[in-house]
Design a protein around this ligand. Sequence first.
Ligand code: ZN
Ligand code: ZN
Length: 253
Amino acid sequence: LIYCGDYHTHTNYSHGKGTVEANVKRAAELGLKEIAITDHGYRHTAFHVRRTDYKYMRRDALAAAQKYPAVKIYLGLETNLQGSDGLIDVNEGDLEDLEILLCGFHKMVQSPSVKEFFSFYVPNFFPTTDRTKLRNTKAYVNAIEKNPIDIITHLKYSIDVDVTEVAKAAHEFGTFIELNGKCVHMSDGEVAKILESGAGLIVNSDAHSPEKVGSFSVPQTVIDRLGIPPERIVNFNGTPDFRLKKWKENKNF
Ligand SMILES: [Zn+2]
Ligand SMILES: [Zn+2]
């Protein structure tokens, strides 16, 4: 059993408790080959990185890389899904600073407009109707189509979607779907639908403190229970090829 990387971890630049270096140190202790620092996107109301933080995060990542040369560090972001047209809180210019792009739905996010606030956010605070579910699904599918998202985080956490449709889009565009280290919010049937779609799954800790980096026991129970073939987990026995990297190469970014 060898996981090669943890691609969803937070630091004290947003909601996490530890430093960039502490997360990298933990990854080194566990023998992980790669780690991503993916703090919360800009429009998260309570905990978000600022665009001006990136130079400090870069500095910290370089220092950590010198101390722990065996671990490759990706500096990234867990961006917020913001609307049914697939808007996320990252613009093309921001991608220059990023080496990996995650996207998740979070409730405490500043809406981009009054319209999205009432049509996209508010309905998700109530029991989901078919209409809301359809709109949520469209938001994910559009986000995947329009942005070079590497990983969809904690799918179905505080938002209801048609997992099959999201998985189809993920497969088509090369976005991976996360089995989150804290909780897998999808049913076994929904995870099976992802497997059917051909989309890649990725196991991440979503660590908010250094000691949680590489904590994969929760998703592992799902993997064992469903007998998910190891080759469907993109960070198992190898390191994944990420979409953003290829997108940047094509753009000569
Ligand atoms: Zn999240
Ligand atoms: Zn997170």
